[in-house]
Ligand binder design. Sequence first.
Ligand code: CS2
Length: 487
Amino acid sequence: MQQLNKQTLSALPASVAHNVSSTTAQIGIVHLGPGAFHRAHQAVFTDNAMEFGGNWGICAVSMRSTGVRDELAEQDNLYTLAVIDENPSYQVISAIKEVLVLGEQRQQVMSRLTAATTHIVSLTITEKGYCLDGQGLLDSSNSDVQHDLANPTEPRSAIGLLAAALKIRWQRGIEQLTIISCDNLADNGAKLGKAVMAFAKQTDSELATWISTNVCFPNTMVDSITPASNDELRARVAQAIHLQDNWPIQREAFTQWVIEDHFSGPRPAWDRVGVTFTQDVSGYEKAKLRLLNGSHSTLAYLGLRCGKETVNEAISHPSLFNLIKKMLQEEVKVSFTPPPELVVDNYIDAILKRYANQHIRHLLSQIAWDGSQKLPFRLLGSIQDNLAQGNSIALLSVGVAAWLHFLVNAAKTNFKIVDPLADKLISEAAYCSGNLADDVQRLLAIRQVFPESLANNQTFVNALTDAYLSLSELDATNIEQVIDGLL
Ligand code: CS2
């Protein structure tokens, strides 16, 4: 079978969508972190928007790994998006024009970031890529930040890289840039802006002032369930497009992007292809982070303990379904103020339906990554707000307790967890001896995750200890008994 590339594009069957107008566009966007989510989400919106004109080709920059660059090079950076639902559909995306690797192509990355034709820089670098501390501010003790402050022209963190590029734009008088965080952090844009300015201040305070007046960092909410690619997907795509694509991606049909309407300079016609622009993203962000991601993480840690592998398998168990639904309806829903146009009960129902999509295999182990970075936004924020308002936190605490058990179990079985704090988490978890109240206290003392005010809140400590105790018996054989007992 021939490989997907520019030459073979014309052989695509008519059933496969492809926006020809994006094939000739020049680069106008630099994206940091071209993982599956970017290629299934922002790159697709941008590809579709180019139907309405503009040079919005994407230069994608991997911070370290060479995999995406090398694989995509063989197919002229083209790849297939498979939308996996009741009726699957396929689209070849040509918005990505080049992929660079920062570690190996520093000069090229810098020229793209500082080009006057680059109007937008976007990021999907995951929570840990922002180098923030527990307060959401730049963590100056982070080793990458320290490295970049000592070597500002050779940055390895996204924050150092942006500061270095902005310095050159400032010196050359190239104004107007919008930097769009597309990661699952509350107030993602504001946090990114603050971190970049805090970094800049430590190198040149005038630079920080220039950034604050010339560069916009809109907040965003991004959503689309995007499981990792696998051989099954490659086979399926080959069959659909009649070409070999070694790097396809898959996602569910649902996709959403809400961006704060706060730009410095032009942007693609995203508004014509389904992107929502609004003055205030925070309600959308909280709804998504707390309702979807919060329940995702809870389901991941509970499901793994119950011997489940995928989101679909976990949510298909009536007890787990009931627990998640009750947690969302009774505890998460009351923790925040949604945007006026959002009907939260419908949103919850839609999330539960999305989890039940049996056509995609979304691995719980993938969602379980980086718990230390995710839980504060996904569960702890709701818990703190509920405590302040006197609302219940019993079920939210179950998600946190399930994570604690995940750590203790990993320490016991020598399972290597994926988390930037893995060493610290596992060494603390290894001391957990089974005296449940002591275990909880020890883990609550991890300040990078649990702020002091929360760790010292007796209502939370009690709820977490109760949940931790109840879950200690849980395994694949007694799901009803244990989980129903919590409802
Ligand atoms: C998931 C998210 O992996 C995870 O932690 O919760 O990636 C989730 O699938 C997306 O945020 C959905 O938009």
